[in-house]
Every structure is written in C-alpha cells, then in structure tokens.
Design a protein around this ligand. Structure first.
Ligand SMILES: Nc1nc2c(c(=O)[nH]1)N[C@H]1C(S)=C(S)[C@@H](COP(=O)(O)OP(=O)(O)OC[C@H]3O[C@@H](n4cnc5c(=O)[nH]c(N)nc54)[C@H](O)[C@@H]3O)O[C@H]1N2
Ligand SMILES: Nc1nc2c(c(=O)[nH]1)N[C@H]1C(S)=C(S)[C@@H](COP(=O)(O)OP(=O)(O)OC[C@H]3O[C@@H](n4cnc5c(=O)[nH]c(N)nc54)[C@H](O)[C@@H]3O)O[C@H]1N2
Ligand code: SF4
Ligand SMILES: [Mo]
Length: 697
C-alpha cells in the first residue's frame, strides 16, 4: 500500500480542527493541521497527534470483554449483547424501569454515531435515572437558552472575529481551545482581535494562559461572579446605557432586581475594585461591538444559573445580542436543534434529594445516592457510555464504592479504567480514525458557519463495531421485546438508518440545501460565511419575544446575600485544564503525558507562608467530602485564598488497564469536591469554589 494523505477532523475537543493524516501501509505516520479548513485554518494542538496513539494503544479493547472470577474474558458481540439485554430487562422487570441508571459521558457529543443512534437506544430503556456530563458542565448555558430563547441548544456565541471588546469569565480557551464557542486557533483569533484595536478582559481567580495574553486580568473570589455581573447590569442601567431591542420584555423587573447591586457592594464580595467594575461597565456598554462570555468557572459553581442568565442579560440590554461583533446564533448546515427537544425543567425530581430533572436528565451529583439509598426506585444496574464518572463527578470515591454494589453494569468504552473496571461487560467501539465524521453539535456553536464531512481515515477491522452499530444492535434487541406499536415501528426505522443517511437528510433539509455528495467533494470543508443576525424570527418562543424577568432566576437572587467571606484558614478550591490533558481519559498516551508534572495543587506563596508550608511539599487537602494528598506548588498566578487542582487524575486503581496512565501521579480532584454542593437552580455540580483546608501531610 502506498503512502496517502487523508483528511478528517479531530474530535477530541470542541474546536473540531481539520487534520491531514498520512497513512503508510495501513499505519498512521503523521498528523498535521489542514490549512484548507475554513474554520481551523491549519490550527491543531498536541492532542491531535494522540489520535494516532488511540489507534495503536495496546490497552485499547477491540472486542467485548466480560468479567469472570478469573479476570476479563473476551466474548463475541452476539453473546455480549444477549447478556446485556437479558440482565437489563430482567432487572427492570423485577424492580421497575428506573432500576437501570444511565451515565452518558463527554465523548458522546464528539461522535457522530453516538449522536445519531444513542438517544434512540436510550429511549428504549425508558428510565428516569438518566445522567450525563451536562450537569457538571454546560447545564446553566442550556437553561439560560431555554428560558430566554425557547430552546436549550439555541446558544449565542461570541462573534470573536468581529468583536472589539471581549469580556471573559471563568474560561481559559488557551488551554481548553474554547467551549460553547467553537473557535479553533483561539490564540490567533485573540491576536487578530487585539491587532484590530480590540480589547480583551479576563476575570478569573487564576492568572491563566489566556489572562496572560489579554489586555486586563482581574482576580475574582470563586463563586462570586454573579455579584460582579449584577453590578455591571446595575451600572449599565444607571448610566442610561441600556437599550434592549423592541422584542425584549421584563427589563424593568431586572432593573429593580439589581437596584441594590452597586459596584461597591459587589466589590466587597468579589474582590474586584468598585472603580474597575464601573469602568468595565462603561467600556462594555459604549463599545460598538462587545461580547461577554463565561464558561466552566461560572457554570460549575453555586450560582451558575444566575451567572449564565446575567451574561445573556448584559449582552441583550447593551444591544450586543444578535449583532456582528456581539454574541450571535450560528446557522449550521445541519440544524442540531431539530435533534433535541426544546427542553424542560423539574418535570420530575430525583428520588432521594428531590433535585430537578433538566431536559430529561437528573443532576449527576445525585447518582451515587440513587445507587446506595435503599427503597423503591433504587438504581440496581448502570449503563455508562463514554464516561468516567468515578474521576469526573463530585465525591468520586463514593460513586466508586456505589458502582461496586450494583447487580449489573455495562460500559460502552474502549478502556478498562477507573469506572469501567466495575462493569460486568464492556463493549468497545471503533476508534476515531476508523469513523466517518460530521460534527452535528459543534458547528451549532461555531464562530463561523462552515461544514465538513470526512470519510473514515482507516478501514475498521471486520470484527470491530462502530458505536452506532452497538447502539443500533442493542436498541433493536430492546425494541424486539416490546409489543407492536407506532413507537416500536418508528424506533426500528430510526435505528436502521445509517449515520450517513441521517446526515444527508439533515443537510438536505438544512438552510443551505446541501447534501452528503456535495460535501464529500470538498473534504477540507466548505465556508458558509460569518454569523448572521437572526432575531426575533429565530426565537423558539411562540411570542417571538425574550422575557428577561425569569422567575426562577430572580427568586434565586436573595441567596446571593449569603455570599460569605469565608472562614479563617479556609481556602477555596477551583479546577484547571492543561493543553495536554483531556478530562479523565488521555493520560494513556505517553506522548501527551511526558514533560513536567502538572497535577500539583497551586497556591499563592502568601498562603503557603501562613501555613508554614514550602513549595513542593506533600500536603493534605481536606473538604467536607474527604481528603487527598498532593504536592503543592507555589504560584503567584493564584489569587490569595484560592487553590487549584486539575480534575481527571487519580489513576492507578486496582483492576484498571491503563499502562501509561497508571504511572501518572496526582489525586482525583473529585475525591474532594462535594456532591452536596450544587446550584439549586438546575442542580449543576459546584466543583469550583469548594471550601478546603490545606495542612502538612
Ligand atoms: N472537578 C472537576 N470535575 C469535572 C470538571 C471540572 O472542570 N472540574 N469538568 C467536567 C466536565 S466539563 C466534563 S465534560 C466531564 C467529563 O467527564 P466524563 O463525561 O467522564 O468524560 P471523560 O473524562 O472525557 O471520559 C471519557 C470516557 O469515554 C471513553 N471514550 C473516549 N472516546 C470514546 C468513544 O469514542 N466512545 C466511547 N464509547 N467511549 C469513549 C474514555 O475511555 C473514558 O472512559 O468532567 C467534569 N468533571
Ligand atoms: N486541553 C483540554 N481541553 C479541553 C478539556 C480538557 O480537559 N483539556 N476539556 C474540554 C471540556 S469537557 C470543556 S467543558 C471545556 C472547558 O473550557 P473552559 O471553561 O475554557 O476550561 P477551563 O480551563 O476549565 O476554564 C475554566 C476557568 O475558570 C476559572 N474559574 C474557576 N472558578 C471560577 C470562578 O468562580 N469564577 C471565575 N470567573 N473563574 C473561575 C478557572 O481558573 C479556569 O481558568 O474545555 C474542553 N477542552
Ligand atoms: S484543539 Fe487540539 S484537541 Fe481540539 S480539535 Fe483541535 S487538534 Fe483536536
Ligand atoms: Mo465539558
């Protein structure tokens, strides 16, 4: 076989960079950025090269395995399916539908096959105990979109290629490559923004990689951004700069709700000076094109819902929503909104703690207690798909123990890791380079409208299965056990359709009337132009109006009064991301984990000195959920009173098969985040701003 260069897009993060893969004799020998991609323009990060490591990793499962008293045993697909379907239907028959719980992890949104076939398969289980990474991630964004724009996925993204003023809270796109904002090569876009004379302001308790290249950075006390945002809204209205569009209601109610939120009041809570707050409000409101954007740091905290609502309100009342250079609604070639309901909240609640469902899912913070607490409706079996919640969700140790008590567990995952080691059966899907790619989700969140289809780079071995084939086969097996009905016929038809056919249909009915055949002629992707204004027509509310005065948010504001200044000696824990990590699962790539250790607890030297601790020392970090031991590293980039620990570490647990990752040091941050700390509006896990103490080990 000759050397060939093939195109695909990297699916490891939300940036969906176009890549060129050189294949020689069936093996990948080179991966580089694709200059012809109109969105990524050649950008890639070190993780793209690890696509090759995923392909070649000897730890990656290629056939289903089953747990036996003598260890893992390979079994055929048919036998594995039969076991899974028998066990799950048996448990549901005995204990009711909700006895089967489901956790859907992050990589599902990065896989075409999971998006086309997983929801239909899951629906066949008809359980209310559904969980996903959403409730430890972007739930507040989706809630704000649902309330204000009428659809949980109608997300406004900052039009960063045209903005003049970007205010960013709790986001570090130089490490994360952007989130709820697909903007590959964010660093380059930021440079272009500044070259145009624009300004970038970052609000973060850590002076991050992004803060370092911004015009301004301000420390904020973790969890208090809501006060800062309300003060900005207050100041903008007081200065007479508010100019909501004609289709916006509820402005007066908001104005009176923020009346007491003066810059001075917010300053005392946030640690950002009152003069700075007033100046930012003025600069933001008087800029001809400005955008405020907030991500994980202002979502996965106790006021995530208020923050994401306030961010939208600020964009709306300054006239920046839906105008070039402000925040805008992408119009992708396949409309992702059609694949998902508009959303709902609190239609049912979790059994033990009574936290509300959102969009059909319960907060992940309730998962362990739903497994461990006896009684009717207790979870007895789990299905995890592309998730590692033992490392990724709060109080992971408790979940680790809970999974051990299940009657049955099945994981759809290529690895035996900290979570899937508890499974009875693991079904491994084919890796990314063996799959076709069209990004249904992230074009919906992209700063420019583009479209790209790529055939799989490498052929899939005959005995391997794509994720969508696994979901199809399981789904059909469940369907066959139900009686004939319209639902059964529809589900069968959906499951039998290939992802190619679904994308082709989506493209044909989409706004550009494209087709798969047309896209395949341009494997580097096609440009559909900059984002366009779409309001009020595109709103999903029948009224075609936006109501700012959302009761559940306004009713939550009094809770802000209790924003304390902390107990003596107490520190607030936040997370962080690094360009070469990817949540909990890419530590098995030797290429990515090499270099300086990056798992340490970062702490301001002042805080170290107060505790007689020294840089590099082993310390114990304790919260209400537990404690971990970790090396501390002095960092002037940390706000005094705040410490930072990345999530996704904590490998080397018995039974996991991760040869490289097991050598990686560092505890799991989620062994000390607390499942009891949630944002009551929506139930998002508050993994940022966790009170901890740090002592010598
Ligand atoms: N403390 C703290 N905790 C956090 C966060 C934080 O900032 N701080 N961030 C949260 C966020 S934003 C997220 S999204 C979650 C992520 O947490 P999870 O949803 O658990 O996702 P990952 O950690 O990415 O785990 C991915 C799993 O999917 C498997 N996998 C990889 N590719 C595929 C595939 O193509 N198919 C299948 N079937 N499986 C695959 C991997 O082997 C691994 O088991 O973590 C959350 N946890
Ligand atoms: N390299 C890499 N890229 C990734 C991932 C990864 O694990 N590694 N994960 C992907 C996923 S799943 C997601 S969701 C995105 C996340 O994308 P981002 O949100 O950009 O990711 P983070 O780097 O976690 O940035 C969160 C920032 O919030 C700050 N912060 C913490 N608490 C607070 C607070 O109370 N207030 C304010 N203002 N800031 C606070 C933190 O210091 C941090 O800098 O990244 C994606 N991209
Ligand atoms: S930024 Fe890196 S991980 Fe993300 S899509 Fe691009 S190459 Fe892949
Ligand atoms: Mo995420």
């Amino acid at each position: 076989m000759a050397t060939t260069v093939r195109r695909t897009s990297c699916n490891l993060c939300e940036a969906i960079c176009g890549v060129l893969v050189t294949v020689d004799d069936g093996r990948v020998i080179d991966i580089r950025g694709d200059e012809s991609d109109p969105l990524s323009r050649g950008h890639i990060c070190p993780k793209a090269v690890a696509l090759r490591d995923l392909q070649d990793d000897p730890d990656r499962l290629t056939t289903p395995v089953r747990r036996t008293p003598d260890g893992w045993q390979e079994i055929g697909w048919a036998a594995a399916y039969e076991l899974v379907v028998d066990k799950l239907t048996g448990i549901q028959k005995e204990y009711g539908r909700n006895a089967v719980g489901v956790y859907l992890g992050n990589p599902n949104v990065h896989s075409l096959g999971a998006l086309t076939h997983l929801p239909t398969m899951m629906r066949q289980l008809r359980t209310r105990n559904r969980f996903s990474a959403t409730s430890i991630d972007q739930l507040p964004h989706m809630l704000a979109s649902y309330l204000l724009y009428g659809h949980q996925l109608m997300v406004a993204v900052p039009d960063i290629d045209r903005t003049s003023y970007l205010l960013m809270l709790g986001a570090n796109p130089l490490a994360s490559n952007g989130s709820m904002m697909t903007a590959p090569g964010f660093g380059r876009r930021l440079k272009e923004l500044r070259k145009r004379g624009g300004k970038v302001v970052v609000i973060d308790p850590r002076r991050t990689e992004t803060a370092a290249v911004a015009d301004e950075h301000h420390f904020v006390r973790p969890g208090t951004d809501a006060a800062f945002l309300l003060a900005l809204i207050h100041q903008v209205t007081e200065d007479g700069h508010a100019r909501p569009a004609a289709y916006v209601d509820g402005f007066e109610a908001v104005e009176s709700a923020v009346e007491s939120w003066t810059a001075e009041r917010a300053a005392g809570i946030t640690g950002i000076g009152a003069d700075v707050i007033r100046r930012i409000a003025d600069e933001f409101a008087t800029s001809d094109r400005a955008a405020v954007y907030g991500r994980v740091g202002v979502s996965t905290q106790q006021f995530g819902a208020v923050c994401q609502w306030a961010i939208q309100v600020l964009n709306i009342i300054t006239g920046n929503l839906d105008r070039p250079g402000g925040t805008m609604f992408p119009r992708p070639a396949v409309n992702a909104l059609l694949g998902l309901g508009r959303g709902h909240l609190g239609v049912w609640s979790s059994r033990v703690r009574g936290l509300p469902e959102f969009g059909g899912e319960l907060p992940v913070s309730t998962m362990a207690e739903e497994i461990l607490t006896p009684g009717d409706g207790r979870i007895r079996a789990m299905v995890t798909v592309a998730g590692n919640p033992v490392l990724s969700t709060p109080n992971g140790r408790k979940l680790d123990e809970a999974l051990d008590t299940l009657d049955f567990m099945v994981a759809v995952d290529p690895y035996i890791n900290e979570t899937t080691r508890h499974a009875d059966v693991i079904l491994p899907p084919a890796p990314p380079l063996e799959r076709d790619h069209y990004d249904v989700i992230f074009h919906q969140l992209a700063v420019r409208n583009t479209a790209r289809w790529n055939d799989a780079v490498l052929p899939k071995p005959a005995e391997a299965r794509h994720d969508w084939e696994i979901f199809r086969d399981l789904g059909l097996a469940f369907v066959r056990r139900t009686s004939w009905s319209r639902r059964r016929i529809e589900a069968t038809a959906r499951l039998r359709m290939s992802p190619r056919r679904i994308v082709d249909l989506g493209l044909r009915i989409g706004p550009y009337r494209l087709s798969l055949a047309k896209l395949r002629k341009s494997p580097g992707g096609i440009d559909l132009g900059p984002l366009q204004p779409a309001l009020p027509g595109a709103l999903h509310h029948k009224s075609k109006r936006i109501d700012l005065a959302q009761r559940m948010i306004l009713d939550d504001l009094p809770r802000l009064d209790a924003l304390a200044t902390g107990n003596d000696g107490e520190l607030l824990l936040i997370g962080r991301r690094h360009l070469r990590n990817n949540n909990s699962w890419m530590h098995n790539s030797a290429r990515l984990v090499k270099g300086k250790p990056r798992h340490q607890l970062l702490m301001n030297p002042e805080d170290l000195a107060k505790r007689d601790l020294t840089d590099g020392q082993l310390v114990t970090v304790t919260s209400t959920a537990g404690s971990v031991a970790v090396e501390v590293a002095a960092s002037n980039d940390m706000m005094p009173g705040v410490v930072s620990l990345p999530h996704g570490f904590g490998h080397n647990r018995p039974g996991a098969r991760l040869t490289v990752a097991n050598q990686v040091a560092g505890p799991s941050a989620n062994d000390i985040t607390d499942a009891d700390l949630t944002d009551p509006v929506g139930g998002t896990a508050a993994v940022n701003g966790v009170p901890v103490t740090v002592t010598a080990c």
